[in-house]
Design a protein around this ligand. Structure first.
Ligand SMILES: [Zn+2]
Length: 292
């Protein structure tokens, strides 16, 4: 069951990043940065300002935007995208010196443990850091993001969907349109809204859009609350789910069907046919599976 392994490595989504931003904010907000070193040069995506220019500046806050982290300093903003396997760990300052195999480390002047170690597991090298002295919202990668998906009114959300002819499962994950959701939350949100992952976004009825809008907010709140109970970004397999990572299990919503999947190269669409598609089994040009 290779797809399960792939899904376990799923990228942190907005709730995980928001909860982690809160942890980081608690650890370093108000503290002075004393050392900022990049160890893997390609992970730094900008040339000016340089990391050393931040040394001596105070970190005002750490926040989240979509799936990205923003560390706000007096004159510079640090934008970090963890992608799938990147992590920004809070470590004691001595450990922050042990840099191998980290991408970067930051040390703050404080009595408490407040070093940050930026690491990336695996070999993909996709995680990145951007340093900006201007408003980061106007520059990449933030200027390519749509609004955070749970900040939209029903009217704003309806308007965005009405212009999209693609399948709703793909539309909800387009970060340039709606920021924050990945594969896991999209599976959960569509299940909660009782919508087929293959529905055409522009053809959803008013009541379907309303159910989807409500379901996004509920699922994001639940996922964030779970993540806030942890000390580090949690593993995908431990996140609350009704269909994601539950292929073949009995659907706990209808208690009348098993969770099915449509598999793609890098991910799985998980759904319950009874709850979401009027019993229709979805198939694509890839294999559709129903495990017992
Ligand atoms: Zn069901």
């Amino acid at each position: 069951m290779h797809y399960r392994t792939l899904d376990l490595a799923v990228m942190p989504e907005m709730p995980e990043i928001r909860a982690h931003a809160e942890r980081l904010d608690g650890a370093v907000a108000g503290k002075t940065l004393t050392e900022f070193k990049i160890h893997k040069i390609p992970s730094l995506k900008t040339y000016d300002p340089q990391p050393k220019d931040l040394e001596g500046q105070v970190c005002n806050s750490v926040s989240a935007r979509g799936k990205l982290l923003i560390l706000d300093f007096d004159e510079v903003n640090v934008v970090i995208h963890l992608m799938q396997a990147g992590r920004l760990k809070i470590v004691d300052t001595d450990k922050a010196k042990k840099t191998k195999p980290a991408l970067a480390h930051l040390k703050f002047e404080t009595e408490e443990p407040a070093g940050l170690l930026f690491t990336e597991a695996g070999t993909e090298r996709k995680a990145g850091i951007w340093l900006y002295s201007a408003d980061p919202e106007q520059l990449p990668p933030l200027n390519k993001l749509g609004p955070d998906v749970d900040t939209l009114s029903l009217e704003e959300f309806s308007k965005i969907l009405a212009a999209q002819k693609g399948r709703i499962h793909g539309v909800l994950r387009k970060q340039g349109l709606l920021a924050g959701l990945g594969r896991m939350l999209t599976n959960e949100i569509l299940h909660k809204a009782k919508l087929s992952p293959f529905s055409n976004a522009s053809k959803l009825s008013e009541s379907e859009v309303k159910a989807l809008h409500r379901s996004i907010n509920k699922v994001v709140v639940t996922a964030t609350a779970h993540e806030q109970t942890l000390d580090e970004i949690g593993s995908a397999k431990d996140r609350p789910s009704l269909v994601h990572n539950r292929i073949g299990e009995q659907c706990t919503t209808c208690e009348d069907d098993r969770v099915r999947s449509v598999e793609y190269n890098a991910y799985t669409v998980a759904y319950c046919a009874t709850c979401q598609t009027g019993g229709k089994v979805l198939a694509d040009n890839t294999t559709s599976k129903f495990l017992k």
